[in-house]
Design a protein around this ligand. Structure first.
Ligand code: HEC
Length: 276
């Protein structure tokens, strides 16, 4: 009770020393190679690298959006599905004889299983304390082998693809048209053709193809409406000759719009023709 007598404590900003002592990094000298404290040195670097990649990917995605393909069409037997680029190497692997047909289990389960299994088990298989890649030849070698194989197989696969042909299946290849529901031919279309060719002429997978981007003129469309074509049965149209004209004109004007022609001129021409 004697101590501090006659003194007044008004506050003390000092923090006990105990905690800061715990923060002093451990001495890593028992681990050969370059070592550093996990916090903050290592984590800060990891975070920086992560941020660079994240921003890089964001820029890449903004500059080159992922290529989407059209809705699947079970009628189209010429379409060959292709995996996304990051799975192309596995796809290419299946073209090798030792990994295809009766050995397909090797290509689909065993080789990928070994590769990804090894990645999972790496911390348990390689328990050495050495951090330098050059002092860990087996791990480094296997990793390099994996990377080289992946890059090579991806390259081989991409080199075989006819990218121009594939561009036809891209969603961008489908012209984006606005359906003019005010057009006198629209009602005729809705009554006769919509059930198969869709409400925006987009077609129906497994039923009927799109009517956007077709190479026919009005006469030919009238003929198809009356007489059918290929798998399309005849006599799909019922109505007057004038309605048939309006219908053909509606499809032709929508097609003109799709090909970029007649945005202004063609449209006014169209509505004139449609109104008489
Ligand atoms: C019963 C379903 C059905 C109806 C209704 C129908 N179509 Fe079709 N249409 C088809 C099918 C299926 C095809 C594909 C024919 C083929 O290529 O074998 C087709 C193809 C077409 C084509 C050719 C497209 C191309 O890319 O070659 C035109 C043009 C067409 N139809 C116009 C019409 C019009 C106009 C009407 C309304 C009068 C109509 N269709 C009603 C099923 C239909």
């Amino acid at each position: 009770m004697q101590r501090g007598k006659g003194m007044k404590f008004v506050g003390d900003s000092r923090v006990p020393d105990k905690e800061s002592r715990n923060k002093i990094p451990k001495d890593y000298s028992e681990y050969p190679g370059r070592t550093e404290a996990f916090w903050p040195n290592f984590l800060l670097k990891e975070w920086l690298v992560g941020a660079v990649f994240l921003i890089g990917f964001l820029c890449l995605v903004a500059a080159a959006p992922s290529p989407l393909e059209q809705q699947a069409d079970p009628n189209n037997s010429s379409y060959i599905p292709l995996p996304d680029w990051y799975f192309l190497f596995l796809y290419e692997l299946l073209k090798y004889e030792f990994a295809a047909a009766e050995y397909v289990v090797i290509g689909t389960v065993i080789i990928p299983g070994l590769g990804f299994g090894a990645l999972l088990l790496a911390p348990f298989l390689d328990t050495g304390t050495e951090r330098r890649p050059s002092k860990r030849p087996i791990t480094t070698g296997l990793m390099l082998l994996g990377i080289i194989a992946t890059v090579w197989l991806t390259y081989k696969s991409a080199a075989h693809v006819d990218w121009e042909e594939r561009a036809k299946y891209s969603v961008e290849a489908v012209p984006d048209v606005e359906i003019d529901e005010e057009h006198p031919g629209y009602e005729v279309y809705a009554n006769n053709c919509l059930s198969c060719h869709g409400d925006s002429l987009q077609g129906n997978p497994g039923m009927a193809p799109t009517l956007v981007g077709i190479p026919y003129n009005a006469e030919q469309i009238k003929d198809i409406a009356k007489n059918g074509i290929g798998e399309m049965p005849a006599n799909q149209f019922s109505g007057t000759e004038e309605e048939l004209n309006q219908l053909a004109e509606f499809i032709v004007s929508t097609n003109k719009q799709a090909s970029g022609e007649g945005e202004g001129e063609g449209e006014s021409e169209g509505s004139e023709e449609g109104s008489h």
